[in-house]
Design a protein around this ligand. Structure first.
Ligand code: G6P
Length: 609
């Protein structure tokens, strides 16, 4: 979604700002803009489309060589995708420019008030209202005007503001939408995502809600919106630049698919005590008693994270024997859910910023649940607001189509399952067996990756087809949902995922000659039943592509194509079964000529409900 980068220092701001914006491109956006103060003159430039279009527009433009500036990528919420609606928004009375992530909920009332005061609006956005409000309240002190304006607004924001009248000052603030200040030598880089900062400095602090920071070249002052001074907690950003660069791969998605063995090794490293037959999760240790007493688990998430949560639910019921459900966070939040005593709510999220998931978490906490997080981004909002949690440790995920975060979420949920199971009914020996299976997963994924060219050639056979089915049962029903989601996200092919048995209750009507149906048909408790479902598709002309267990040669008689995965215990089988589906989706998108890392309309982290 929207991205912010701002710079104040001794260097020319423009290239730093544009380079930062490019590092945020992966988050998804539809327009971009920049404002730079050169001397005492504020200059703006905006463009619909990619950052490269903005760069083109900036070529030969004068007035952008100053050392203070801010820029933005916009993902439209209020108002269409136009230059006028793109950020920064400016006020002409005092020469204020502002960029904003989030939504100002009371913007309509504020706009009427400001119009009465004589302000004229150029855009349809909520953001321009905030720029005008700051201008209205400006009395020669930008920091004070920002604080005063933020006392009047409701909603969510991360903002950066500059003013012609204060050419040595950058003011930034946050409520509900992430913002970091990177501290360099005589310079500061502010961004909504660490990816735009790490090339310059790894020393940074994350703003808390209602924090306002006034920044100059060589220092900063942090306060709240009532001007009470605060001391921020400066930390070291733990992102390696290599992790957010392509490193020889053609796309981040492909890189991240290939990174899965390494990512999963990192996820489980130091967390499995094979000698004692137990899982060690530092984040959960203090809540071991509550987890032993727990009577219900509700896992909540959106998108890919929800699919991982569904697999977590199967594991918890199967191995911990605890009633568990999964919920779309957006539905859970607003349907007045019943939360009994001793309920644990688990929020699963790669970014830790998804607004729907955050809202569900707030609801669960208000209703007395113990809130756990299974999160990738360290220090993200959800991670900070849960009572305890487990980080994925899979490294930054840049590809909009989530891959290594999915397998990381499944692996982390498996660890949580083993942790809880050991406190109840699982013996050390059983736990050890599962952990040995988990240890073998990265190597097995490496074997699947070796089959990539075969998977590509299977994809080539079907890539022209506009409708696909993905079918699985048990643990691999969510895998089927994930396979379908991957395909539609990046190749724009219509795909439906469902339980293989459900197909005959309606969707079977869709099957026509040559329709691709991807079945997850690995060896397991429901293998025979899946084979029957395969027959149902075949007899209606559908073409079956099966994900099957190595050594299952028999299956070749019943399907058109097979993608083999190594043998694995059922609870962990989605970790392998999803890999060929990720690769298929990737190849389909490339073959169709789509920009895999910048799929249309999608955002990496959706920070609006
Ligand atoms: C967006 C992304 C999806 C992601 C979902 C949840 O819709 O496009 O890829 O699965 O948000 O994101 P989270 O960061 O909470 O895992």
């Amino acid at each position: 979604m929207c991205g912010i980068v701002a710079y104040i220092g001794h260097r020319v701001a423009k290239p730093i700002l544009l380079e930062g914006l490019k590092r945020l491109e992966y988050r998804g956006y539809d327009s971009a803009g920049i404002a730079v103060l050169e001397g005492n003159k504020l200059n703006l430039c905006k463009a619909v489309g990619r950052v490269s279009m903005l760069e083109e527009k900036l070529e030969n433009k004068e007035g952008f060589d100053g050392s203070l500036g801010l820029c933005h990528t916009r993902w439209a919420t209020h108002g269409g995708v136009t230059d006028f609606n793109a950020h920064p928004h400016r006020d002409d009375r005092h020469g204020i420019a502002l960029v904003h992530n989030g939504i100002i909920e009371n913007y309509a009332a504020l706009k009427t008030y400001l119009q009465e005061k004589g302000h004229r609006f150029a855009s349809e956005t909520d953001t321009e209202v905030l720029a005008m409000l700051i201008s209205e309240l400006y009395e020669g002190d930008l920091e004070a005007a920002v604080q005063a304006a933020l006392r009047e607004v409701t909603g969510a924001y991360a903002i950066a503001v500059i003013c012609e009248k204060e050419p040595g000052t950058l003011v930034v603030a946050r409520k509900g939408s992430p913002l970091l200040v990177g501290i360099g030598n005589d310079e500061h880089v502010v961004a909504s995502d660490a990816a735009a900062i790490v090339a310059h400095t790894t020393q940074a602090f994350m703003l808390d809600d209602y924090n306002v920071v006034k920044i100059s070249k060589d220092g900063f002052r942090t306060s709240d919106i009532h001007n009470t001074p605060l001391t921020p907690k400066i930390t070291q950003l733990e992102i390696d630049l290599q992790e957010i660069e392509l490193g020889g791969y053609s796309h981040f998605m492909l890189k991240e698919i290939y990174e899965q063995p390494k990512a999963l090794r990192a996820c489980v490293s130091g967390r499995m005590d094979l000698r004692e037959g137990r899982v060690v999760l530092g984040g959960l240790t203090n809540f071991a008693k509550e987890l032993t007493k727990a009577r219900r688990v509700i896992l909540t998430a959106q998108g890919t994270a929800l699919h991982a949560a569904m697999i977590g639910r199967y594991m918890l019921e199967d191995l911990v024997k605890i009633p568990s459900t999964t919920e779309y966070a957006s539905e859970f939040r607003y349907r007045n859910p019943v939360i009994e005593e001793n309920t644990v709510v688990v929020a699963v999220s790669q970014s830790g910023e998804t607004a729907d998931t955050l809202a569900a978490l707030h609801e669960a906490k208000e209703r007395g649940a113990l809130a756990l997080g299974v999160i990738n981004v360290v220090g993200s909002t959800i991670a900070r607001e849960t009572d305890a949690g487990v980080y994925l440790r899979v490294g930054p995920e840049i590809g909009v189509a989530s891959t290594k975060a999915f397998t990381g979420q499944v692996a982390a949920l498996a660890l949580v399952t083993f942790f809880m199971a050991r406190k109840r009914l699982m013996s050390a020996d059983q736990c050890r067996e599962f952990m040995q299976e988990m240890e073998a997963i990265p190597g097995k994924i490496e074997r699947i990756l070796e089959l990539d060219s075969k998977i590509k050639s299977i994809t080539e056979k079907y890539v022209e087809r506009e409708n696909w089915l993905f079918l699985g049962r048990g643990y691999n029903y969510p895998t089927a949902l994930e396979g379908a989601l991957k395909l539609k996200e990046i190749s724009y092919i219509h795909a439906e995922g469902m339980p293989a048995a459900e197909m005959k209750h309606g969707p079977i009507a869709l099957i026509n000659e040559g329709m691709p149906a991807v079945f997850i048909a690995n060896r397991g408790r429901q293998y025979e039943k899946v084979m029957s479902n395969i027959q149902e598709v075949r007899s209606r002309g559908g073409h079956v592509i099966a994900v099957a267990t190595e050594g299952d040669n028999e299956i070749r008689k019943y399907v058109q194509d097979v993608m083999y995965i190594p043998d694995v215990c059922e609870p962990l089988s989605p970790l392998l079964a999803v890999v060929p589906l990720q690769l298929m989706a990737y190849h389909a998108a490339v073959l169709r000529g789509h920009d895999v890392d910048k799929p249309r309309n999608l955002a990496k982290s959706v920070t609006v409900e």
